[in-house]
Design a protein around this ligand. Structure first.
Ligand SMILES: [Fe+2]
Length: 200
């Protein structure tokens, strides 16, 4: 039990450290003070073990952070966010997130929400949007990000991507997985919805 609490707290400390040296993160939202781990049961989905098995070598920029999150994987409450009718079964086997910090997170706050987001290789997360303003921060791996009518960009560790309220966006991976933080502010109680690209 003690190890479990240590692991959660070490992860939060590591995230706070990165926040303090990354202006994109600190300009988007202040890191919440005095976070306390609350009792929340774990929920395993298909990607839980894929992330647990994904460890980084020590020459990677975020090796420590990535491996802490990988070790947390079996202890957190994973979610798919969508149902099979919306995104298909294959996608649900390759995608998942958990709310590490937020109104219903492992660390509770109403100041912001930080979801840890995992997408396996050869995946396509279709166009979707939500009311909350969002910042993606890439921890490891890479993916193609598209938003609105803008040209696609390949995002890698330390890159960020901002999405305005209700701005449609989609993510595609090829031969690499991606682990990222999805940070929400303002109206984070409303969930993400798949949108029709023809409506763009
Ligand atoms: Fe989003």
């Amino acid at each position: 039990m003690h190890n479990k609490i240590d692991l959660f707290n070490q992860t939060i400390n590591e995230i706070e450290k990165i926040w303090s040296i990354n202006k994109k993160l600190s300009d988007f939202v202040n890191f919440p003070k005095n976070l306390v781990l609350k009792e929340k049961s774990n929920n395993k989905i298909n990607v839980t073990n894929i992330l647990l098995d994904w460890k980084l070598e020590d020459n990677h920029k975020f090796e420590k952070l990535h491996n802490l999150i990988s070790n947390l994987s079996p202890l957190v409450s994973w979610d798919n966010g969508y149902n099979e009718n919306e995104v298909g079964k294959e996608f649900l086997n390759k995608y998942g997130f958990f709310e590490l910090i937020g109104p219903t997170g492992h660390f509770e706050t109403t100041d912001m929400a930080l979801y840890v987001n995992f997408l396996d290789m050869n995946s396509h997360y279709p166009w979707h949007n939500h009311e909350a303003e969002e910042l993606y921060f890439i921890v490891s791996g890479e993916a193609k990000f598209e938003k609105g009518n803008e040209a696609p960009v390949i995002l890698k560790p330390e890159d960020t991507c901002f999405h305005k309220s209700y701005q449609p966006h989609r993510i595609t991976t090829t031969n690499k997985k991606i682990l990222s933080f999805v940070i929400w502010k303002n109206k984070f109680e409303n969930v993400s919805k798949i949108v029709d690209p023809k409506g763009l």
